[in-house]
Design a protein around this ligand. Structure first.
Ligand code: SF4
Ligand code: SF4
Length: 97
């Protein structure tokens, strides 16, 4: 088969409505959920920084829980959380189905 030039290739996926990911509630994919233990939080915001889904809420510069509509339960926030004196401020728990 003869190789095709770039102008002859089929079109890939096309985003016709930029920003529409907000309409897709990816939280329904979750099997584990992060739970905040405020007493161990030092408000470093590592969780906010590392979350791939922008599902960590921040209020007035402080960690303020999770947006469970979009949190997929990957656990990265819990993994990266340094917590206070070695005690994690985020733990993952199995989702109630
Ligand atoms: S990473 Fe942990 S200690 Fe830092 S703000 Fe988030 S919950 Fe708090
Ligand atoms: S579990 Fe994953 S998606 Fe949910 S808040 Fe933590 S880092 Fe974000």
């Amino acid at each position: 088969m003869k190789p095709r030039g770039i102008r002859e290739l089929d079109a890939g996926p096309v985003i016709t409505n930029p920003g529409n990911s907000i309409l897709i509630k990816t939280g329904s994919w979750r099997s584990f959920m992060p739970v905040s233990l405020k007493e161990n939080c030092i408000n470093c915001l590592f969780c906010w920084l590392y979350c791939p889904d922008m599902a960590v809420k921040v209020n007035d510069g402080k960690m303020d829980g999770f947006d469970y509509d979009y949190c997929k339960g990957c656990g990265i926030c819990a993994l990266e959380c340094p917590g206070k004196k070695g005690k994690k401020a985020i733990v993952m728990q199995e989702e109630d189905k």
